[in-house]
Ligand binder design. Structure first.
Ligand code: UTP
Length: 298
């Protein structure tokens, strides 16, 4: 199997109920960290990893997302007339060329596995990446790029993994490790959202994957798994076994923010704000004054 990864699926069809009422009309993926939508962080990371085809699995109400990646001639003309070259340059990153991007509709929110399956005809017989834009990862070398490098060595299927606290295992897919080689660990089982006492490890899967096309064929056959949704974890777990391609967990370097949750989103906003030279001092001062106020109140 060829190990060059040039296609990525971005499942963005979820309802985003944790952010209601905002997500009644604004797709979660368009919500911004400082001044960039979550989806732009995901696309930038994919580009840096060598991805050439961007496949979005969308649903009703996600029109803002399609518009976001389109050219905006009127806005661009105005900026050009005013000589705002820096802003024009920023907009360039948001424009997708024709043929580079595809939108596939998931008609019912039947889960992440189903969303990935919806894109099967655009993948064909080659490995592909899946990026969940809710998981934003701050890293010197972007996470997917790290994985693409590791995947070139291992082949098989690769999932991004990170250690979580034992009381958090019930929020994640958890890996049962076979051989631990440091950054890469081969996996002998995967359990979706186990209770602390049933978890085989505290190594959790987060939203970056490099998958073999046979996962799509497995998704085809799967009935609903845990929680009544078609689980991607179940289809990946089917890749484990003697005559199968295998699954590897990859401990990435970087800090992951769960921007699908309110507290994760707020933490990411602060962290990305502090990382910006033009905002750092003022934000820092403000945070200090808030803490001093809280300490005084206590
Ligand atoms: P989540 O589990 O975060 O679900 O999905 P959600 O609907 O986005 O948000 P909440 O839990 O209701 O607040 C993880 C990723 O999978 C996509 C989501 O868009 C998100 O990127 N997804 C989920 C789909 O594309 N389709 C689905 O049916 C479910």
């Amino acid at each position: 199997m060829n190990r060059k990864v040039t296609k990525a699926i971005f499942p963005v069809a979820g309802l985003g109920t944790r952010f209601l009422p905002a997500t009644k009309s604004v797709p979660k993926e368009i919500m911004t960290l400082v001044d960039k939508p979550l989806i732009q962080y995901a696309v930038d990371e994919a580009r840096a990893a060598g991805i050439k085809e961007f496949i979005f699995v969308t649903s009703r109400g996600k029109g803002a997302l399609e518009d976001y990646f389109d050219h905006a001639p009127q806005l661009e003309n105005e900026l050009r007339k005013k000589g705002k070259d820096a802003l024009l340059e920023i907009l360039k990153n948001t424009n997708m060329d024709s043929g580079e991007v595809a939108y596939m509709r998931q008609h019912k929110a039947l889960g992440l596995g189903h969303a990935v399956w919806c894109a099967r005809r655009l993948i064909g017989n080659e490995p592909f990446a899946v990026i969940l834009p809710d998981d934003v990862i701050a890293a010197e070398r972007p996470c997917l790029g790290q994985m693409v490098d590791a995947y070139a060595e291992t082949g098989g299927n690769m999932v991004a993994a990170m250690e979580v606290r034992p009381d958090q295992t019930s929020s994640y897919g958890i890996l049962d490790i076979d051989q631990d080689m440091g950054a890469v660990a081969s996996v002998k089982g995967m359990v979706e959202k186990p209770a602390q006492e049933d978890a085989p490890s505290n190594l959790a899967v987060i939203g970056r994957y490099i998958l073999n096309p046979s996962v799509l064929r497995t998704l085809n056959k799967l009935k609903s798994g845990a929680g009544g949704e078609i689980q991607l974890t179940d289809a990946i777990a089917a890749e484990i076994g003697e005559d199968r391609a295998g699954v590897y967990g990859y401990r990435f370097q970087g800090q992951r923010f769960d921007c699908g949750s309110k507290s994760g989103f707020l933490q990411a906003t602060v962290a990305f704000g502090l990382a910006r030279a033009e905002l750092r001092d003022e934000l820092h001062e403000y945070l200090e004054s808030m803490l001093a106020y809280r300490n005084a109140a206590e």
